[in-house]
Write a protein that binds this ligand. Structure first.
Ligand SMILES: C[S@@+](CC[C@H](N)C(=O)[O-])C[C@H]1O[C@@H](n2cnc3c(N)ncnc32)[C@H](O)[C@@H]1O
Length: 206
């Protein structure tokens, strides 16, 4: 982790402990968490979606990027409480527990609930890092929930390079490949594809 010096002590501990977890490979790449944080601060994001919480690194980075004196909320979505229980400890130590609202369940169901509750256009930023098979649905749901001028950031859009290999027809690879092809020409967003971490596609909602 070459860029640890830009993180707080709690963030560094969270990352180090997560790397000891059997599923530690799922930890968000530090350079992506840093970029997301810079974007959130630049657009002064106050209401953020964190889709795929795991041990809480991306949600914590988001909570720390909220404007300190103006409230702000991170809504973290995950279907695995064992992972998110680990996250809560670090959020508490970082003093941001009150800013992070956890929603346990399938992320597409939770996003649909938010839409049905009338939260359309109320989010400034979304980081998408949950089930790759659902990337297209997350995209459509986030497009409803995120305001015009807001940003939706999709992790793992290289899927370790497999999306470029036509022989690779595994479920996740096909889903991410189809997502990449779809957003490339989608007129509702402008995109930037970055070759950092495992690939990051940033969608700027028009
Ligand atoms: C790659 S990890 C997220 C990493 C996290 N963003 C970070 O910064 O470390 C993916 C997470 O998505 C969750 N997940 C997978 N499928 C899901 C689904 N259908 N609904 C909600 N969460 C899901 C997993 O439980 C896991 O915690």
């Amino acid at each position: 982790m070459y860029s640890v010096n830009i993180f707080t002590d709690v963030q560094i501990r969270l990352m180090k402990d997560t790397l000891k977890h059997p599923k530690g490979f799922m930890l968000g790449a530090p350079e992506i968490l840093q970029l997301n944080s810079n974007i959130m601060q630049t657009i002064r994001a106050k209401k953020v979606l964190d889709i795929g919480v795991f041990t809480g690194a991306s949600a914590l980075a988001a909570a720390l990027a909220l404007p300190p004196d103006h409230g702000g909320q991170v809504h973290g979505l995950d279907n695995n409480e064992e992972y998110t229980n680990m996250a809560k400890k670090y959020w508490s130590e970082a003093g941001v527990s009150d800013k992070i609202h956890l929603h346990i369940g399938d992320a597409t169901d939770t996003l649909q609930k938010f839409i049905d509750e009338g939260q359309a256009g109320s989010y400034d930023f979304a980081f998408v890092d949950a089930d790759k098979n659902d990337y297209n649905r997350y995209f459509e749901q986030c497009l409803v929930l995120v305001r015009s001028g807001g940003i939706i950031s999709f992790d793992n859009t290289l899927w370790r390079g497999s999306v470029l290999d036509p022989q690779n027809q595994s479920d996740f690879t096909v889903a991410v490949r189809e997502f990449n092809l779809k957003v490339k020409d989608d007129k509702r967003v402008n995109i930037s594809f970055l070759k950092i971490g495992d690939g990051l596609t940033i969608c700027f909602k028009k």
